[in-house]
Ligand binder design. Structure first.
Ligand code: AHR
Length: 501
């Protein structure tokens, strides 16, 4: 077989429009994501609200469109009222999920201020506690957040300094309720019922809300598939999206399988779509659900924490994974997987935003910097808006231990409104460059604007506080477009962005 990877692009063959909310992220009260991450009163870069302006700048550069808050596992024991009102009066509480102490110095009002400053149109995605709480508390939060004035809860918000309602449209009906680790974990029947009751009541307040029901917390859960079917039987007509969560990591030094993690992500998406459509068919419904991949990332779960942490500490150093070039290439491939399913994935949140398995790192009182994984996300968010073109790859393949035979090329292409096209491509071959040829039909493209790659002679290179710019994308020369064919070479183990106009 030829060593060249090929595909054809045509404007008539599309996957669908990209919902900008595919480029979302996640802020949980976990470790140092909130405290000393986005919020650090007294830091030299903190503004009048205690928000770190150096972090805000990076969040804007990252191009985050929606932010899920306040958890995660944290939310299943959270009392939202604790994070409201005068800061000095807010209670300190145990956070059972992460065995930490929560000061509640940051709550819904501070979060909304953060979003306003994070960029125009950055949307909140609010998760509800359906672990230790239920319908009544969900309705209370909804009224506090979204009702203009004239009731006890709306007026309480005004007294707290937020005259205008927050207008939160996107709500998660709990978090990972299928997981035995979840505070208030439920069976599918119990959760399906509670989610349906909560959704129905919330829609009595506002039928236009967008509601996300919990799917499985991982594809490998024993209840995967059955959980979705049972929960959706109760909630299908009441919700808009089903959630998926997935974290990947390299195990046993099996880098080739790790580099093909997107194979798993794509099958996961397709399996959940099939389950949704099966339930829809059984219910004879004309409604089509979409997916909210509201936690995804690379997470080195099994690794011991290099930082000493004690139980019930405030803002401990938890889950502070430091990402390599290889991790960034995998993350790029996961973004490609999401874009390739843009017809059904409406929302996706990179978990998380700062310090906790995050693209942005900070030191308390010190600098903020970009991890390697920052770059593919920022580039995809900037150049991945428009319509995803259908990409059917014809490429050399290799064998992996976990995923069997996989193509060396993973790719997608997005056509922007102005007609420019961006090709996103990963070369999974760790040792050899991969020649790429793309036949371009009917797109009116005549030139390569830019080809950049994230790749390095050291695939384990990373950015740190001392060397924050060790890894950055670099320009690649040699790509050309002639007679309707784009030709480029993808470096070994690389994430590529090729822009055509
Ligand atoms: O993102 C870290 C944790 O992973 C979240 O709190 C939880 O929802 C998931 O298991």
């Amino acid at each position: 077989m030829s060593r060249t990877a090929r595909f054809t692009l045509h404007p008539a063959f599309t996957v669908g429009p990209v919902d900008p909310r595919l480029f979302g992220s996640f802020v949980e009260h976990l470790g140092r994501c909130v405290h000393t991450g986005i919020h650090e009163p007294g830091h030299p870069a903190a503004d009048e609200d205690g928000l770190r302006t150096d972090v805000l700048e990076l969040v804007r550069e990252l191009g985050v469109t929606v932010v899920r808050y306040p958890g995660g596992n944290f939310v299943s024991g959270y009392r939202w009222e604790d994070g409201t009102g005068p800061v000095a009066l807010r209670p300190r509480r145990l956070d059972l999920a992460w065995r930490s102490t929560e000061s509640n110095r940051f709550g819904i009002s501070e979060f909304m201020t953060f979003l306003r400053k994070a960029g125009p149109g950055t949307e909140p995605m609010m998760a509800l506690n359906l672990g230790t709480r239920g319908v009544a508390e969900a309705l209370d939060l909804l009224e506090y957040a979204n009702h203009p004035a004239g009731t006890e809860l709306a007026d309480r918000r005004i007294t707290h300094g937020d005259k205008e309602p927050f207008g939160i449209r996107l709500w998660c009906l709990g978090n990972e309720m299928d997981g035995p680790w979840q505070t208030g974990h439920k069976t599918a029947e119990e959760y399906g019922r509670l989610a349906a009751e909560t959704a129905r009541a919330m829609r009595q307040f506002d039928p236009e809300l967008e509601l996300v029901v919990c799917g499985s917390s991982h594809r490998s859960m024993e209840t995967f598939g059955a959980w979705e079917a049972t929960v959706l039987a109760e909630t299908y007509e009441l919700v808009d999206h089903v959630s998926l969560h997935a974290y990947y990591q390299e195990t046993d030094g099996d880098r080739d399988s790790f580099l093909a993690s997107a194979v798993d992500m794509e099958s996961f998406i397709e399996a959940v779509v099939a389950t949704c459509d099966h339930v829809g068919a059984r219910l004879k419904s004309s409604k089509r659900l979409t997916l909210s991949f509201d936690e995804w990332n690379i997470w080195y779960h099994g690794r011991p924490n290099p930082h000493p942490v004690e139980d019930w500490q405030e803002a401990p150093r938890l889950l502070e994974d430091v990402y390599t070039v290889t991790d960034a290439v995998v993350l790029g491939s996961l973004l490609i997987a999401l874009l390739r399913h843009a017809d059904r994935v409406a929302v996706a949140c990179l978990a998380q935003l700062v310090n906790v398995i995050a693209p942005i790192m900070t030191e308390p009182g010190g600098p903020a910097w970009r991890q390697t994984t920052f770059f593919p996300f920022a580039q995809a968010s900037r150049h991945g808006r428009g319509t995803v073109l259908d990409v059917r790859v014809d490429a050399p393949r290799h064998e992996t231990r976990v995923h069997g035979e996989v193509p060396l090329l993973h790719a997608t292409a997005v056509r922007a409104e102005d007609g420019t096209v961006t090709v996103f491509a990963v070369n999974r071959d760790r040792h050899a460059p991969l020649p790429l040829e793309v036949v371009l039909h009917g797109l009116g493209l005549t030139r390569v604007v830019e080809h950049t790659a994230l790749a390095d002679a050291d695939p384990d290179a990373r950015n740190t506080a001392d060397a924050p710019d060790r890894v950055v994308p670099h320009p690649v020369s040699g790509a050309g477009l002639a007679d309707g064919v784009l030709k480029a070479t993808l470096e070994p183990l690389s994430w590529n962005v090729i822009r055509l106009a």
